[in-house]
Design a protein around this ligand. Sequence first.
Ligand code: GCU
Length: 348
Amino acid sequence: MRLKRLAAAGTAAVVAATLTACGGFDTPSGGGEAEASGGAGGADAEKVFKVAFNQNAEQPEAVAMTHLGERLAERTDGRYSLEVFPNETLGAQKDTVELVQAGTVDFALVAGSLLENFNPDFVALNMPFAYDSQEHQEAVLNDPEITGDVYSSIEDQNIRVLGGFSAGTRSVYNSEKPITEPADLAGMKIRVMESDTNTRMMELMGGTGTPMGQGEVYTAIQSGVIEGGENNESIYANLKHAEVAPYYSYTKHLMIPDLLITSPAVFDTMSADDQAIFLEELQGAFDESSELTTKIMADSKAAAEEAGAEFNEPDVEPFRDAVAPLVDEKLTTDTSRELYDAVRAAAE
Ligand code: GCU
């Protein structure tokens, strides 16, 4: 039955093959959905929501979501739980947005950039140098006064944003040399997330932005299709990008939030009380992930260094100046401008 539902989605074949390969979805029992395996966590419950995640199960958000599932099961007397499917098991982020829209996957963690494709105003949360710190970003992401409207703005496209996680600060890395100024990026193809804003950002920073899913980056660098990427220390170390691109330069240009999305049709199957429990416990997940994020970034830097990475600290001001035109280019509506102003005001 589940496979039939998956068949409705565009990426069904890949998803079905992956799930079968990792042992999921072929163990029907009286428990129905609750028996799905192949992910991390998944306390027993009548309904186990599937959560798509593109990173590994040790990453802060996966850990926090798994624990959220356990608390949810406890507080709803076993009515609901969550199971996190890491490592792009359910597809790259772009695909998982579609699976959420179709109701095939219940929740997904996706970089905010991807939602610009559904409402361009999301760009206000994804601008380079928009946040001064992780604390600043976290204060913005889960303040309904600031983000409430944009989070609910794409419900007509079957997407509801429940909140956001900070995913660290992104910097560039490449296979050739330390980057000390924008001119050093000339001629380099740097992988960016799949949004026009990120492609344009990289152009302004001096390089050429090549959009692709996270899972393809290692091979693309290794085969010389691109020279590097831009990401936080954790992804850099974890996906072993240091092996193929050992120069990590702290341009610190971007803090893209990871947003937890669901579809209203799925979320509203829960009673109002259960929804309230979910949202309350979600705050705990944000807190847990926040603490783990701080720690994992520091640990990852050390791990990457051990694997041969060389970190350098360029002056970030020339990069900040280089991307400044994006504000006028991208914040073209009153709502996006107001949202951006609110983001910046929260820094003060
Ligand atoms: C980070 C971020 C993800 C994003 C990824 C990427 O890991 O948390 O949401 O998908 O970077 O660069 O694709």
